[in-house]
Design a binder for this molecule. Structure first.
Ligand code: ADP
Ligand code: MG
Length: 397
């Protein structure tokens, strides 16, 4: 689950991290009192969408000459004008894709007098099996660009799980960020707090870009991106209040109701597969034959007919889908259950695009018989390669 910047700051502040004062609004009526509640002389109006790169983004409706999705304003009137211009419009950033995202919420924040912008993230380091801090003095920039152009400016500092953030960890971070004076002493509280926030709320990513050193020498969290690990949501019920369904893909919301592992993608071939590995391989082979998958979908091991039906409906609800590939290797999953689910779903929603089915494994003959007797226009495939070629041909001609 991803959350907004202002919510991430609320979580971090509750662990003691320094953040600016700010107010989130969803309508222009709330703007004047929000602006008046902040001291000035600088107000920053920040678009709240689940995507980064807002500052450099552009509003679709306003053209390329208008300012971006994070606006520094030097009077209450200017802040108000920015609110009126931004709210409700569609922000396109490097991370939103060309369609952009509608800005339904703004965060009006006290302006910071910035001396230096740093990059700080906390993540699960799969190479070392530990939680790591990633630290760079090159904040405010795309960290991917820094990694490519000046990889020596990125420092990865592991945290020993049995010890947490020690004095040595803090020292390594202070050096990596080149902190001194007040910022260096604040670091002794900040980095342990970030680590506690990360582990105690089951985050999978915490990215602070930028973490800033203010002109007065203090540290402040200026931007924050947080993702929580959904596998731990059962023990983090208090965080559910941060979920913003308007930011999520409708198909993914529906899939989560049925406990399906589904990720919407940009291509035109819908995929229904069992097993994450086979699903990945299916997506790869679709690409190999020159097309793009419309989704990742793993129906899981012991999926019921209802679950398969739901999965098929989610795939067909995507208007971008020009063809569907069902690829099942029945081990625990039974081919006849898949076939029944597909037939039930098609009876309910119809089938307007080509459907290629490759079934193998448990109850494969029963599965094929169900499809054959259904009267559906199904193209049978022998193996993964054959299936991918057939669906790509059906879609691309
Ligand atoms: P994004 O990463 O989505 O572009 P940020 O929150 O990082 O959004 O804002 C982009 C830039 O805007 C920051 O790098 C910083 O220079 C400036 N900025 C953001 N918030 C403030 C603030 N409260 N005061 C002053 N400058 C800010
Ligand atoms: Mg940022």
């Amino acid at each position: 689950m991803n959350i907004h910047e202002y919510q991430a700051k609320e979580v971090l502040a509750s662990f003691g991290a320094p953040v600016a004062k700010g107010v989130a609004i969803t309508s222009a009526d709330e703007a004047d009192s929000a602006i008046a509640s902040l001291p000035g002389p600088v107000w920053v109006v920040k678009s709240q969408i689940h995507a980064g790169g807002r500052g450099k983004g552009r509003f679709k409706e306003l053209g390329d000459d208008a300012k971006g999705g994070v606006r520094v304003s030097f009077s209450p009137e200017e802040a108000r004008a920015n609110v009126d211009e931004m709210l409700g419009n569609t922000l396109v950033t490097k991370q939103t894709g060309p369609a952009g995202k509608q800005v339904n919420r703004l965060y009006i924040e006290d302006g910071a007098d910035i001396a230096r912008e740093l990059y700080c993230s906390v993540l699960v380091n799969r190479e070392t099996g530990k939680v790591s801090f990633v630290a760079s003095t090159e904040g405010g920039m795309d960290i991917e660009t820094v990694a490519e152009e000046t990889p020596d400016k990125i420092h990865t500092i592991d945290v020993e799980p049995s010890q947490g953030v020690t004095a040595e960890t803090v020292q390594a971070l202070v050096q990596a960020f080149e902190l001194e004076g007040q910022a260096a002493s604040q670091a002794e509280d900040l980095f342990p707090a970030l680590y506690r926030a990360f582990t105690e709320t089951d985050m999978s990513l915490l990215e602070i870009n930028p973490l800033v050193v203010l002109k007065d020498g203090a540290l402040r969290v200026l931007d924050a991106k947080v993702s929580f690990d959904d596998n731990a949501s059962f023990r983090q019920e208090g965080l559910q209040k941060y979920r913003d369904l308007t930011e999520e893909d409708e198909k993914e919301i529906e899939a989560s109701k049925h406990d399906l592992a589904y990720v919407a993608l940009d291509g035109d071939i819908g995929c229904m597969v069992n097993g994450a590995g086979l699903a990945m391989a299916t997506m790869d082979i679709i690409k190999l034959y020159g097309a793009e998958p419309a989704n990742f979908l793993d129906v899981g091991g012991g999926a019921s007919k209802e679950k398969v039906t739901a999965a098929f409906k989610i795939i067909t609800a995507d208007p971008a889908v020009k063809g569907i590939l069902v690829n099942i290797f029945g081990g625990i999953m039974r081919c006849d259950v898949i076939a029944e689910g597909v037939v039930a779903a098609v009876k309910e929603v119809g089938l307007k695009v080509p459907l290629v089915v490759r079934l193998e494994g448990t109850k494969v003959d029963e599965g094929k018989a169900i499809l054959n007797e259904s009267g559906l226009d199904v193209v049978a495939a022998d193996d993964l390669d054959d299936a991918a070629q057939k669906i790509v041909k059906a879609v691309k001609g």
